[in-house]
Design a protein around this ligand. Sequence first.
Ligand code: NAI
Ligand code: 15L
Length: 268
Amino acid sequence: MSILSHNRLLLTGAAGGLGQALRPRLKANCKILRSADRVAFGLAGEQEELMLADLADASAVMAMMQGVDAVVHLGGVSTEAAFEPILQGNILGVYNLYEAARKQGVKRIVFASSNHVTGFYKQSETINASHAPRPDSLYGVSKAFGEDLSRFYYDRYGIETACVRIGSSFPEPKDRRMLATWLSFDDLHRLITACLTTPVLGHSIIFGMSDNAVTWWDNSQANHIGYKAQDSSDVFKDAVYARTQAPDLTSPVAQFQGGGFVTAGPFE
Ligand code: NAI
Ligand code: 15L
């Protein structure tokens, strides 16, 4: 079945871990894939355009968005950091992106949000999209800002957004926590494809996870998107247990969904 849904699709953060994984996969979703980052990342292949743009630079973002039909927005600071780079990449950056979308008539965006928007819920809790944000870091706060900003642009301007609260998307789960949060690259692509092809996306929050045996997230409010995970962290469970130690259950890192992010950071 064809998943081609857009003429020119923009992928931001193309030089990063997920950008590199998605770039070849997303070619099936569009006629032209425009990949962008602020650092150089190779040469354009068939049906590709490459652009260099810092998300904090409004005019560069405006140029990056020209002629674009939809966006997969991965660019930005992807972990806890000092406030200044987060401000530039994730707060000013996402504002510049939505302003460019509004001015250029781009109507659909898949926003790489993060499980760290809700990282201060306990690992013993199951949460859904109606639970209030409880960010575990400045990084998580910046993603919550992106979610709220996209809600505003939907309510006022009708720009549809999927806020994908990605769990842990890596080739394999790296630790025991990631057995609950893991999202395979293929499932991430399936999820983005569902967001790009569903007739009505609206403004949706969806937790980005594979079909893992243990989960902390209930995606029933996003059933309309039609995402079905096909992978599972279960196949890695024995290997992860063999190479990692049992967590210290008195530590906040083991108690909260955000894991290490709940204590990481620039604070003294
Ligand atoms: P990454 O750090 O490998 O890639 C991020 C990319 O954004 C980099 O290539 C970087 O150069 C670019 N970037 C950073 N600041 C920028 C700026 N001011 N202007 C333009 N480009 C800028 O991160 P990764 O793992 O590929 O994640 C991609 C997105 O998904 C990020 O937004 C991250 O927050 C989000 N995410 C990823 C998860 C994961 O498990 N990999 C989990 C949750 C969210
Ligand atoms: C994230 O938001 C980060 O971008 C990623 O590097 C992982 O740390 C992930 O969350 C996670 O929670 O495992």
